[in-house]
Every structure is written in structure tokens, then in C-alpha cells.
Design a protein around this ligand. Structure first.
Ligand code: F6P
Length: 343
């Protein structure tokens, strides 16, 4: 078979592990040809591609980012986009495309599948871990590790100076990274988009804690945390050309409000893209590898319109329909566990 592969949306650690695994099994076991399209859907639209081989993929397993490059461009942005995808795939004799992406990229993959443009198998990726129908996306574990290490480091400097440290992590609509790193790092307070916060209550909690003689507090804030209505004004975020809100900076506002209300010296750390860059940890390398092998198997089983997913610890295929449309939020049970440790 002739199999295409692309990575779309924001990058994340473990993408190369997926590509490498697809190429390995495709070449060795199925004797397929794998074509890597560059920069997401753009690679098909602009016929920008390269044949991938086991030899070419050597050394890529520990590398962060994606050797194929990525963009948020998608065919439905252009009038003739879907037709162009169909024409190019037909011209190149592509039998199926393995699409590695987050909610946006996978929604587009489903639309192309429904419009019978080409045969598609999805692979879920994002450090945010917000894709439905899979227990975990690769990249998340590495991001949590990076955020936890940062929190560990901030504890000692916070204690030395008796300060409040506000740490901003990624998570535009969901607070998985904030919740996991907050639990793992022993945060005092965690603010996530799923649970609106009241800045007065945050300040009061910090004061109570300090009154009890425990100084130095860590407040973990997901970039998309939402204040209760009428409690705190946040500036409207900029929107990029894909309609994607550019978040980042909420921690500055929260820190200054904490300082105003408590008088405690407060500092801010925004982790930003550090969470997305660099080498994937072993868990993400293994999950990416398992997804890659399952994806090429799904191509040969003709399970088009499906996505590979982690369910009850094993890799399954699920309809893309089940994965898109809504986001996987932090479970009330996990949040309940986290809350036991809040001030
Ligand atoms: O990968 C998802 C994500 O990490 C979001 O949490 C974050 O808001 C976004 O990417 C930022 O992406 P970019 O800077 O590439 O637009």
C-alpha cells in the first residue's frame, strides 16, 4: 500500500515516535511505501512530501517536535481544499492517510472521511490530554514532568524568600496539566478552566495558611482558568488567523491581585512552550510507538474513519466521531482528590 502521514496543530513530544513506528511496521512487515507530508494538511495541498524509510527515521525517537513540521492550515480554509486533497491523493496513489493531531486536526480528518475525500486513520496527540475517547494522549506525561520539576524548584526559592509563587501552565480549555502537576508538585492552590475561581477566596486561603504559620505557597494556574463572573476582569485574548485564542498572561493578573489583597510578595513563572519542547519521556515514547503500530495495522484492517486510542490500558480503535466535538475535562474524582490538598 501507499500510506501518507502528516502531523497537524501544535507540536508535542512523541510525534516522531509515532512516525517512526508507522514506518518501521509499514516497511518491514507490510512492505508499504510511506510518504511523509510536510507541515500538516499543507503538505498534501502543496504536494510537499518525502518518502520515509526506516533508515531516514533513525535517531528520531528521542527527538522532540516533528520531523514533518506542522501547521494549523486545513483544507476547509480554502474553497477547493478538500477537492485538492482528493486529487493529490488520487494522483499519488495514496491508499490512506495517517493523521496525527489534536481536536482541530482530527475534526478535519472526520470531515474529510465523511465527505469521502480520502481514507483516514487518526492518531490523537496533545500535551493538553483533552481528547475524548482516549485515556491519554502522548506528550501529556512529558509536559506534566516538566511542570512538576518547575514546581519542585520553585518550592525552595519560595521558602527561602517566604513568597507566593504563581506558576502558569498550558491548558486552554482543560486543566489536566495543572491538576496533575499541582498534585505531583504539592501545590497550595490549583486553578483550572473547569472550575471557576474567586480571587477573594484564593487570597483568603493564602492568608489562612500563612496565619497557621506555613509560608511560601505555590499557586498553579492553567492558562485558560476562568474567574467567577464579575470578580476579575481579564483582557480579551488576541485571536490568530485560525480563530485560535492566544492565551498566556493570566498569572500576572492573579499574582498582582493576590499581592494587593494579602500583602504577600508574589512572583510569576510562565512555563509556556517549554512544556511542549524537547525530548519525550519514556512513557510518551512507548505510547507514541504503540499508537504508530496500531495506526498502520488499522490502515491494513481498513478501519477508516477511526482513531487509535488508549482504553483500559490497551490500544483500541474508536470512531473519530467519538473523539471530536467535545473535550475531555478533568474528572470530578481526580479534582476531588486534588482538593484535599488545597489551602
Ligand atoms: O498544544 C496545545 C497547546 O499547548 C495549548 O494548551 C496552548 O494554548 C496552545 O497549544 C498554544 O499553541 P501555539 O502557541 O502553538 O498557538
Amino acid at each position: 500500500m501507499n500510506v501518507g502521514i502528516l502531523t497537524g496543530g501544535g507540536d508535542c513530544p512523541g510525534l516522531n515516535a509515532v512516525i517512526r513506528a508507522v514506518v518501521r511496521k509499514a516497511e518491514k512487515h507490510y512492505e508499504d511505501t510511506v510518504v511523509g507530508f510536510f507541515d500538516g494538511w499543507k503538505g498534501i495541498l502543496e504536494e510537499n512530501y518525502e518518502e520515509l524509510t526506516i533508515e531516514k527515521m533513525r535517531g528520531t525517537l528521542p527527538r522532540g517536535g516533528t520531523v514533518l513540521g506542522t501547521t494549523r492550515d486545513h483544507p476547509y480554509m480554502f474553497e477547493d481544499g478538500p477537492q485538492r486533497i482528493k486529487d493529490v491523493c488520487e494522483k499519488m496513489g495514496i491508499d490512506a492517510v495517517i493523521v496525527i493531531g489534536g481536536e482541530g486536526t482530527l475534526s478535519c480528518a472526520l470531515e474529510l472521511h465523511n465527505d469521502q475525500i480520502t481514507n483516514i486513520i487518526g492518531v490523537p496527540k496533545t500535551i493538553d490530554n483533552d481528547i475524548e475517547a482516549t485515556e491519554m494522549t502522548f506528550g501529556f506525561s512529558t509536559a506534566v514532568e516538566i511542570a512538576t520539576e518547575a514546581i519542585d524548584r520553585l518550592h525552595t526559592t519560595a521558602e527561602s524568600h517566604d513568597r507566593v509563587m504563581v506558576v502558569e501552565v498550558m491548558g486552554r480549555h482543560v486543566g489536566h496539566i495543572a491538576t496533575w502537576s499541582g498534585i505531583a508538585g504539592g501545590a497550595t492552590i490549583v486553578l483550572i478552566p473547569e472550575e471557576k475561581f474567586n480571587i477573594d477566596n484564593v487570597a483568603e486561603s493564602l492568608k489562612r495558611r500563612h496565619d497557621a504559620g506555613r509560608y511560601a505557597s505555590i499557586v498553579v494556574v492553567a492558562e485558560g482558568a476562568v474567574p467567577e463572573e464579575g470578580t476579575l476582569n481579564l483582557p480579551k485574548p488576541e485571536v490568530d488567523r485560525y480563530g485560535h485564542q492566544r492565551l498566556g498572561g493570566i498569572s500576572q493578573i492573579i499574582a498582582s491581585e493576590i499581592e494587593k489583597r494579602t500583602g504577600f510578595e508574589t512572583r510569576v513563572t510562565v512555563l509556556g512552550h517549554v512544556q511542549r519542547g524537547g525530548t519525550p519521556n519514556p512513557y510518551d515514547r512507548v505510547l507514541g510507538t504503540r499508537f504508530g503500530i496500531a495506526a498502520i495495522d488499522a490502515v491494513h484492517n481498513k478501519q477508516f474513519g477511526n482513531m487509535v486510542a488508549l482504553q483500559n490500558g490497551s490500544i483500541e480503535t474508536v470512531p473519530l466521531q467519538e473523539a471530536v466535538g467535545s473535550l475531555k475535562t478533568v474528572s470530578p474524582k481526580l479534582w476531588g482528590t486534588a482538593k484535599n490538598f488545597f489551602a
